[in-house]
Design a protein around this ligand. Structure first.
Ligand code: FES
Length: 356
């Protein structure tokens, strides 16, 4: 049974609509339309900015539209969530939805559930890898009319990775909601584990048969009867296994010019965010922590006897494409600060064009 909640944080892909919509409709649409769209909207400042940013991300190149298009298509093929690509995709989607060329194919139970949860007083939020514009377009162009207006806010990966507990904590902080009063609906075990570690309630939406999950499982939204809690839940409802939030530790950061400074930050927050918050802008972190740019490349020396957290497949792939890789190379956005790292040394890696 699901306890009364105050808000629902909903993933879209594979939860509110089939994953095939992205791979079989949205990606081919971008592939076929990108070149013509860029040519037709060459004077549009947003298009100009997206093309310029593509060159900047490549290492400061001034690209011709055709060259930028090739880079963008390659990123699309590699499923890389780069900001200029997401911007142009959103614009192409808007044009196609408005022309009636595509329709969002939400699961049939989604509209009724969102309406009933909203009318019960639950606050609805979306957290998805789609850009915020794409999320709003998806929810406002389905067969059931405008569902986007039922949602109070839209979060994309600029709010942090969905597999990081810190992202969920930050979202709750921004919404001024206690984590235990927010229910996360996802079809991804890792994301739900991260949300639960941050103290949020979780439900695995298993659109396919035979899902095995450590979270409560529901086959769809229709089977999920939710009540709204008027008051914040008592503190003892918060999961016992919350990581040590609020603990602090320090590390030494050395910039490319050799300046050293001590940075003190909360554990559980990504190293990239701590460095950026300390005002170190040479760590560009262009993709906002989505593990899609390698512009947060650093060299890490941990205190003796402390083992580095292992790099995931995405980080390993991005580092393989980054220049100046060496022992200690890591992506700062992929390392969660831990009090065991107190006293570690971090050096910002040279800025170089990525091997794309
Ligand atoms: S910020 Fe882009 S990979 Fe780390």
């Amino acid at each position: 049974m699901i306890e009364p909640m105050r808000a629902v944080l909903i993933e879209l892909d594979g939860v509110a609509l089939p994953m095939a919509f992205a791979t079989e409709t949205l990606t081919p649409l971008t592939q076929t339309r990108l070149g013509a769209f860029v040519a037709e909207h060459a004077e549009d400042p947003d298009v100009e900015e997206a093309l310029e940013e593509t060159g900047r991300l490549l290492g400061g190149y001034d690209l011709q539209p055709g060259q930028a298009e090739l880079v963008l298509l390659r990123w699309l093929k590699q499923n890389r969530k780069m900001t200029p690509l997401k911007t142009l995709q959103g614009m192409i989607l808007r044009e196609s939805y408005e022309a009636g060329a595509i329709k969002a194919e939400l699961y049939p139970d989604v509209a009724a559930a969102l309406k009933s949860w909203a009318s019960a007083g639950l606050r609805l939020f979306i957290y998805s890898s789609y850009s915020r514009l794409a999320q709003q377009l998806l929810l406002s162009h389905g067969a059931s009319g405008d569902l986007a207006s039922l949602c109070e806010a839209f979060f994309d990966t600029s709010a942090g990775q969905k597999t990081e507990p810190a992202s969920y904590r930050e979202i709750c902080e921004r919404l001024a909601l206690p984590p235990a009063s927010v229910l996360v609906l996802s079809g991804d075990e890792e994301e739900l584990d991260a949300a639960r570690s941050a103290g949020l309630a979780t439900v695995f939406i298993a659109r396919e048969d035979g899902a095995d999950s450590g979270h409560p499982v529901h086959p769809d939204f229709a089977s999920l009867v939710l009540e709204c809690s008027a008051e914040p839940p008592p503190k003892d409802k918060i999961a016992d296994d919350l990581p040590a939030v609020g603990k602090t530790a320090s590390f030494i950061l050395e910039t490319r010019s050799g300046t050293r400074q001590e940075i003190t930050g909360k554990t559980g927050v990504s190293l990239m965010k701590l460095i950026r918050r300390a005002g170190v802008e040479e760590l560009i972190a262009q993709c906002g922590g989505s593990c899609a740019c390698a512009t947060c490349h650093v060299y890490v020396t941990l205190p003796q006897g402390v083992e580095a957290p292992s790099a995931g497949a995405g980080e390993t792939r991005m580092l393989a494409a980054a220049s100046h890789r060496r022992i200690g190379s890591r992506l700062a956005c992929q390392i969660k600060f831990d009090d065991a790292f107190d006293g570690m040394e971090v050096l910002v890696a040279p800025e170089t064009p990525m091997a794309l």
